[in-house]
Design a protein around this ligand. Structure first.
Ligand code: F3S
Length: 64
């Protein structure tokens, strides 16, 4: 599974990282990095919860 970060949408709510810190790493300012997140097999459910947790809809699953 691959997750895309929509440029300019992250507002630093950190809810994604609270759900799955190993998938959604935040930078020193509390924003998510711009690169796609590659989710390891077995981590999909956790990753989906992280995506749904973002109130800005900054995260989008692009490849199941
Ligand atoms: Fe940013 Fe949403 Fe996570 S605003 S830090 S991508 S919860």
């Amino acid at each position: 599974m691959r997750i895309k970060v929509i440029e300019g949408k992250c507002a630093g709510h950190a809810r994604c990282a609270a759900v799955a810190p190993d998938i959604f790493e935040l930078d020193d300012n509390g924003y998510i990095g711009p690169e796609d997140k590659i989710v390891a097999p077995g981590d999909e459910a956790k990753a989906q919860r992280g995506v749904r947790a973002c109130p800005e809809r900054a995260l989008v699953i692009v490849d199941e």
